[in-house]
Design a protein. Sequence first.
Length: 342
Amino acid sequence: MPTQQSVLLKHGDALSEALKRIRPRGDSVFHGELGALTEVTFAPGPASFLHLLDGEAWISQPDGECVVLKPGDFVLLLNPDGFTLRDQADGTGLQRFDACPSLAANADGQTIRWAANHEIAGYFLAGAFHINGRPLRSLLSGLPRLIHLKCEDGCMPPWLATISQLLNEEASNVGPGSLFMIPRLIELLVIRALRAWICSQGERLGWLAGLSDERIGRALNAMHLDPARAWTVKSLAEIATMSRSIFSERFTAAIGIPPRRYLTRWRLTIAADLLRAGTSKVIEVAHEAGYSSEAAFSRAFKAQFGYPPRDTRHVAQTEIFSAAGGETRSSERRERLTKSGV
């Protein structure tokens, strides 16, 4: 009998399907040095990651808790509101710097030093990535603004040590293929960090919580992999091997919304993704999302997103989570690599 793992490898899983829609995309990476008695403010921008390689630092987002980072700790900052990095918790008597966004975005492999003296409190690898599509915000509802993966007992997880080292080496020694490798390694780092967090924080609300519950996870996978099917609470409960009432109660407790409402949200998420691509007609997208009529689909879509399906491509151009300026930075990076002989 095939195991659940073999079935997921063959047919996919809910997280993989969601990541295909969210499409995290690596942007830039740099080395940072945080001086003693120093505070650095990073302006709002794309999502970020930071891996503290040595020393100690405190990190916080606007109106957020200040979190201490020890050597080996890794953080994902999914909200583009910016963040602050300092060498002590209270922030008193510190020399303050504003990180130049254009410098960090165009400093692949370079070391940026923020220090008022020669003493360095923390050394880190950091960078940026983009999450595509405002309609896909619902997929991020189970994630906190700051994901903190602690380095337990001073020992980094093998996956983090390996990917971070590869990214560090590729960024430090630019060579043929670096333009392709650096974004891919960032994406791998982000995806692996998300999976690690899901495995350790399954009790949080949001659809991600369901992935840690094997039976609820089976129902989620079914909806994600075949959204157009005429699912009912009964048929989903059968996949979860539960009674209808217990399944509905347990699904709602884990995910935060009832099964049918979640299915509608997922269908419309897929529809928005297809409409942004601009290769399908509205009626074709409606059918792929499980709607029998264009009118019913349009009503549901507008109720979810606030605009009709036909306006999706126009709205997508001004999305907060779109990779605005990404192509410009890629062009600038390509030019730098070309000048370096790549």
